[in-house]
Design a protein around this ligand. Sequence first.
Ligand code: CP3
Length: 359
Amino acid sequence: MNAVLHNDRLLRALLRQPVDVTPIWLMRQAGRYLPEYRAARARAGSFMALCQIPDWACEITLQPLARFPLDAAILFSDILTVPDAMGLGLSFSDGEGPRFARPLRSAADIARLAVPDPEVELRYVLDAVRLIRRELDGCVPLIGFSGSPWTLATYMVEGSSSKDYARIKALLYDQPSVLHCLLDTVARAVTVYLNGQIAAGAQAVMVFDTWGGILAPRAYREFSLAYLAQIVAGLTREAEQRRVPIILFTKGGGAWLEDLAATGCDAVGVDWTVDLGEARRRIGSRVALQGNLDPAVLYAAPERIRAQAAQVLADFGTGPGHIFNLGHGIQPGVDPDRVGALVAAVHELSRSRQPDRGT
Ligand code: CP3
């Protein structure tokens, strides 16, 4: 594994250290908006094959980096590999999204769950991490990731994507102690899984709490935030003589930024419903901020994208601690050239905004 990192802007910014330009990477930067991704998925036969065969996962991770000068790679995988490894039987059917063959239907189902050994049941992910690090050869850092316990539990209990979250919310209000048992098991699974990714070579890790925002404030703190904090407390914080930054992202969590910052994470992801300047005033002295361009801006003309990117940079203001990203993942219908325009604009516009690094 190459210990030299040629572009360490991401890791520096995550630790609120000065950088020459604002680093940028994009959630779902490898995905359906890229024709080469769609071609690879057709050749591999399924989305799961892309995740489970390390050569494919590596190839897809590198696809966006071949097109754009992004400042990080993110492991190509999915958050739902963890419940799959716990025996729920994951599949993705075209246009339908994820589905579990054996969703959790009772307290007994939940009591039976065991924490998977990442080097056994999720070995294909860790092999992909090792391979990607080798192929990146120190070019940019590799971000590992997982879903939050609450977000994973929603899929495990609902069995698929959901409109109303009826089953998981009924469980939350009817049998909170059963839900706590599930969340604790999943939090332990996520902790060893992320530590496995870090040992395999992930240089930063992000936890996606996509559905935290559907919770009432008290329920958010009890059923999502508490387990995010449990994970942060259990993660390896240093590897290869560098700090391994942790990014937490609750979509729709703008009201709880202070709580996220107080978990001990290094950075907080911010969705596009929050003003980034306000987010910085609230928590920017404690953590770095990642975000937060509205993903729909990428449907607009390149000069509009540039103007909107300039606005996000201005909202954050000068000084360290900003990682440019979208407020959520890239939509499949986006023209890749617009992504190129965004990456170029962020690097160009932020160059003049950085105070002298003094090196
Ligand atoms: O960001 C990246 O480029 C890394 C890869 C990545 C994927 N999923 C690939 C993917 C990451 C980080 C994820 C995380 C993920 N997966 C989340 C959290 C982030 C978020 O988007 O809120 C969630 C909720 C999932 C679960 C999931 N995976 C759903 C609901 C779906 C179907 C909906 C959709 O967008 O199609 C997926 C499939 C999925 N995961 C695709 C990709 C590229 C599309 C699969 C395909 O059809 O090729």
